[in-house]
Ligand binder design. Structure first.
Ligand code: GLY
Ligand code: MN
Ligand code: MN
Length: 306
């Protein structure tokens, strides 16, 4: 007898003397690994979640002036409305991080000011009625136009994400997309004089991590961090297969009090996150309904704000 703990106290109590912790753990790992490859139904549900999420991001852009007049909460509430009307809920607490809040990784208080001239890092996902969730991030210029420095940082993250997405294909190691994205970020940080090269040394010592803060992605499905109980050899040390869905989400974050970077960088945080399906011959970006290139983001915002 085996039981997945933490869901039904009655079942757990009834089975106490018939199950062992070891067998329960075996079941937890098995179920997690069974979720690594999604079937067509699951991929369809994830696409629905992403499509609703795209509409939620559009809703947010249309009300940025109202958010400027109130707070980040207006953004959270706007996205939540879309999630509740079209889906079951949000898949996780929406991160609506304006200005320096973007540098706090899971900023979910969402009670700060929204100021023209700053960036808005919006990380949010609609969850469908079948509990599949999207996990998408865009970093938008609140005014509609990136400043020169914001664009420079944004474009570096974009290039890193492009390199990461290009490394997602069947047969690739799971770690490849992370390594590809980190290399681009390290190259830019050296180029900008923020860390001393050569790039190989930076990567070897992980010096770029001061500003990249988190891994480049994770499996996505019913949980936002899906398959978390899978063994290292089947997940992070594993190989990508058609049907896997993962996020590619590099970022650069310059804390407001980081005295190691020039003042103008401080308080800027950028992440771009998309949901990528591994296909038979490469990958498909399920969230390409939202623009990613900086000039496309600006044009998209201008169209929505009309
Ligand atoms: N939204 C949480 C994450 O990106 O992993
Ligand atoms: Mn994510
Ligand atoms: Mn996210």
């Amino acid at each position: 007898m085996r039981v997945v703990r933490g869901y039904d106290a009655g079942i757990e109590a009834a089975l106490t003397d018939k199950v062992t912790a070891e067998r329960d753990e075996e079941l937890r790992v098995f179920l997690s690994e069974a979720r690594l490859v999604k079937d067509d139904f699951e991929i369809g549900e994830l696409q629905k979640a992403v499509d609703s999420t795209v509409r939620g991001f559009e809703d947010v852009v249309k009300v940025l002036d109202k958010a400027e007049a109130t707070s980040e909460r207006y953004i959270e509430g706007t996205f939540f409305l879309r999630a509740r009307v079209e889906g079951n809920d949000v898949g996780y607490g929406s991160i609506c991080a304006a200005g320096p809040h973007a540098c706090t990784l899971h900023w979910v208080r969402n009670d700060g000011p929204v100021r023209s001239g700053d960036l808005l890092l919006l990380d949010a996902g609609v969850e469908t009625h079948t509990y599949y969730t999207a996990d998408v991030t865009r970093t938008l210029p609140i005014s509609g136009t990136y400043s020169e420095l914001q664009k420079k940082i944004y474009d570096a993250v974009y290039d890193a994400q492009e390199a990461g997405i290009a490394a997602v294909r069947p047969g690739a190691k799971y770690r490849d997309f992370h390594d590809a994205a980190q290399r681009v970020l390290a190259e830019r940080l050296v180029e900008w004089g923020l860390v001393e090269g050569p790039v190989e040394r930076v990567l070897e010592l992980g010096l770029q991590r001061r500003w990249t803060l988190h891994g480049t992605g994770h499996m996505l499905g019913m949980d936002v961090h899906d398959c978390a109980a899978a063994r290292t050899e089947t997940y992070v040390d594993g190989t990508l297969e058609p049907g896997m869905v993962l996020t590619v989400e590099p970022g650069l974050y310059f804390q407001a009090d980081d005295l190691t970077v020039p003042e103008e960088y401080r308080g800027i945080g950028v992440r771009i996150e998309d949901d990528i399906l591994v296909t038979a011959d490469g990958n498909r970006n399920l969230s390409d309904g939202l623009p990613r290139r900086s000039d496309d983001v600006e044009a998209w915002m201008a169209g929505l704000k009309g």
